[in-house]
Every structure is written in structure tokens, then in C-alpha cells.
Design a protein around this ligand. Structure first.
Ligand SMILES: Cc1cc2nc3c(=O)[nH]c(=O)nc-3n(C[C@H](O)[C@H](O)[C@H](O)COP(=O)(O)OP(=O)(O)OC[C@H]3O[C@@H](n4cnc5c(N)ncnc54)[C@H](O)[C@@H]3O)c2cc1C
Length: 352
């Protein structure tokens, strides 16, 4: 018989980890409520549509055969992957005053994949498996208080909810800066939380949309690595059907001090020298600086990449086995990546 189990579970954070966890728990007949601070699901996964409806990634984009847990989730959800386009001439700019080096990417046995329709498909499909009324957007958790056999969750708008188990599916740094625990968490874990590096925090991703893949026609892969301009990395961003075209890539960190208009101008100027004048008239340009309150805790310390990801204290439960940590930064393997987000959800789901 398919009877719902009575445990009253609340998941904090509606990114890949939180939604995968809600999905895995629903397969075990648990019903979990997802509380998400922002007005959208997905967290560090965000696919936007260009003016020509091209799906373009402002967040997570690529995965590979090294990511078995993500791959099997994609398969189980009936989604499809396809290899990143890399055929043709690629560029490497070492210095602004030296001509760019050209290189060709060998037909790799293990390519980078993209998701057909955009990475957001993963989020949207997971959400379809969770009852609508169990997902609460615009709900920022501000406090967690331990009652005798339950936890009391308070949102920033003063709403109160009770749960028998709570799983934190947000970057540990945010847990530390945004959520007040009563009684306080043990000092050992409380001092670790702010030191866990949040992957891609502060990065700047841009997307460009074009009517035609003029670079492919000229024999270019669209791939660029540069130490010489505002664009540091770039890749072809054509969709699976090959009828919508564009690029995606990263801008250097100092670009955050310019307006979006200036970032666009500098990026196009750099690209025009390599790909020709056609690049100067995109159908759309969008970029995103990943420093908003849904990823950043404010006063940022410089941290090593993946510092304290998968820390042993993040694997334990707290508040008398009622509070758990998930989210990619808690994963002992592939912390920071989508694979890590899925691994962390699987690990917590196994405890139920
Ligand atoms: C620009 C960029 C590029 C990337 N590229 C790749 C890539 O190519 N391949 C790859 O594998 N990974 C990539 N990543 C990393 C990948 O996006 C993450 O590993 C993954 O999405 C993390 O999922 P998560 O659920 O652990 O965390 P998140 O996606 O950060 O989800 C946490 C959620 O918690 C919410 N939240 C925060 N505070 C609160 C609160 N107080 N109350 C309630 N909710 C709250 C947030 O709004 C957010 O939705 C990239 C990330 C970025 C930013």
C-alpha cells in the first residue's frame, strides 16, 4: 500500500540538492516541504531565454562521465544530454599585445555534456514530481529553534512552521550568516560553517545570442581562453536542435566594477578582433554577477577553492538527530558541482 509516512520534513533551499532530496524522499513515501528564499527555484542553476528563445545558462552548464549520480538522475527523469560543440579552430590569448594562439580540441573520448533544453530542465522536472503546495517560494528561513521533539522554523516574514526533521540545502556560509539557531549549534560546527567555500561565488557568466552561427561557418569552434581581455573563457552555446545560436562564458572578476553596458561593450570589442565584425550585433546579451543574497553572506573572506567542502562535521546530525546538512558544499566528492549536490541529497535521503 502506498501510505504516506508521517515524518514532518522541511527542506531549506530549492536548488538542485533540495529538490533532488524532496524527490528522493517522495520516492520513499515521505512528503517534504521545500522553503526557498528567492522567487524562483534552481539556485545556482538558472537558464534564461534569449529574444529568440535560445536557452542560455547563467549558472551551471556542463557535466561529464565522471558524474555518475547526476547522469543517472538525468536518465531517471527522462532528460537527455548532448556533447558541448568544440569542432574547429579555438583561440588562446596570452597577452593583449601578442597575436592569439590557435588550437584544436581533439575529439575527446569523454566530452563535456549539456542538457537538452537547458540545465533548468533538471530543476523543472524535479519540481513536477513534488506537489505544488509543498514548494514555498519567497520564504527565507531566519531561525531554527529546538523544541522537545520538533524544530520550530521562523521565516524572515515572521511565519512559523514546525518540523520533526529539517535539512539545510544551502551553502554552509549562508546557513551561518542567515540562520539563527536556538540553542546555538556546537562551537565546532559553528566555526567551520563560515569557512566552507561556496563554489562559483563572485563569478560572472555572460551569454550572447545570434541569429546565425557565423563562427561555425568560418571554421571556428567558438571556444576562447584569454588572459588578455574581459572575457576569460567562452564556448559555443548552440542548442541541441542546432536552430538557436550563441555563446556562453565567463568575465574576469574586475568586470563587476563596470556597468552591464560597459561589460557588453568590452566583451564584444575583444571578441570582434577574433571572430570578426558580425559578433558586434548580437540579438541579446545578458550577464549575471553571482554575488546576490541568495549565494553570498556579505563580508567575503578569500578562501581556497573547495575549502572545507565535505567537512566531516557536515556529515553529522544536530539538534538531537533532527537537523541535517545537505547541498553541494557538504558532499565528500565533487563538492561545488552539480554531481556533489546530487550526492549530498542521496546521502541524506539514505538516513530516512
Ligand atoms: C556561474 C556558475 C557556473 C556553474 N557551472 C557549473 C557547471 O558547469 N557544472 C557544474 O557541475 N556545476 C556548476 N556550477 C555549480 C552548480 O550550480 C552547483 O553545484 C549546484 O547548482 C548547487 O546546488 P545546491 O542545491 O547545493 O545549492 P544552490 O543552488 O546554491 O541552492 C541553494 C538554495 O538555497 C536558497 N536559500 C539561500 N538562503 C536561504 C534561506 N535562508 N532560506 C531558504 N532558502 C535559502 C537559495 O536561494 C538557493 O536557491 C556553477 C555555478 C555557478 C554560479
Amino acid at each position: 500500500m502506498n501510505t504516506k509516512k508521517t515524518e514532518n520534513i522541511i527542506i531549506i533551499g530549492g536548488g538542485l540538492s533540495g529538490l533532488t532530496l524532496a524527490y528522493l524522499l517522495s520516492k520513499k513515501n515521505y512528503s517534504a516541504i521545500v522553503l526557498e528564499a528567492s522567487s524562483r527555484l534552481g539556485g545556482r542553476i538558472q537558464t534564461v531565454k534569449g529574444n529568440l528563445e535560445t536557452p542560455m545558462e547563467l549558472g551551471a552548464t556542463w557535466f561529464s562521465d565522471m558524474h555518475p549520480n547526476l547522469l543517472s538522475l538525468i536518465k531517471e527523469l527522462g532528460l537527455q544530454k548532448y556533447p558541448q560543440f568544440s569542432k574547429g579552430k579555438s583561440f588562446f590569448q596570452t597577452k593583449s599585445f601578442e597575436p592569439p594562439q590557435e588550437f584544436f580540441v581533439s575529439e575527446s573520448e569523454s566530452p563535456s555534456y549539456r542538457l537538452v533544453g537547458g540545465t533548468q530542465q533538471l530543476i523543472d522536472t524535479l519540481a513536477q514530481h513534488i506537489p505544488k503546495e509543498n514548494i514555498k517560494l519567497n520564504t527565507r528561513v531566519a531561525a531554527i529553534k529546538e523544541l522537545e521533539s520538533e524544530l520550530l522554523i521562523e521565516t524572515s516574514q515572521g511565519e512559523k512552521l514546525k518540523a520533526s526533521k529539517v535539512i539545510l540545502c544551502l551553502p554552509p556560509q549562508l546557513t551561518s550568516s542567515q540562520i539563527n539557531f536556538l540553542p546555538a549549534l556546537p562551537e565546532s560546527i559553528a566555526t567551520i560553517l563560515p569557512t566552507v567555500q561556496t563554489w562559483m561565488l563572485g563569478s560572472i557568466k555572460f551569454v550572447l545570442e545570434y541569429k546565425n552561427p557565423f563562427w561555425r561557418e568560418k571554421g571556428y569552434s567558438g571556444m576562447l581562453y584569454s588572459h588578455a581581455g574581459i572575457v576569460t573563457e567562452m564556448y559555443d552555446h548552440t542548442n541541441f536542435q542546432e536552430n538557436k545560436f550563441g555563446f556562453t562564458g565567463f568575465l574576469n572578476g574586475s568586470a563587476s566594477s563596470y556597468s552591464q553596458e560597459v561589460r557588453k561593450e568590452f566583451a564584444l570589442r575583444q571578441l570582434a578582433e577574433l571572430f570578426g565584425k558580425e559578433i558586434l550585433n548580437p540579438i541579446s546579451y545578458t550577464d549575471k554577477i553571482w554575488t546576490d543574497e541568495f549565494i553570498s553572506s556579505g563580508n567575503q573572506l578569500v578562501q581556497r577553492p573547495h575549502q572545507n567542502n565535505g567537512h566531516i562535521l557536515l556529515q553529522e546530525s544536530y539538534m538531537n538527530n533532527k537537523l541535517f546538512f545537505s547541498g553541494t558544499e557538504t558532499a565528500t566528492q565533487f563538492g561545488g558541482y552539480m554531481e556533489g549536490a546530487v550526492i549530498s541529497a542521496i546521502n541524506v535521503a539514505e538516513k530516512f
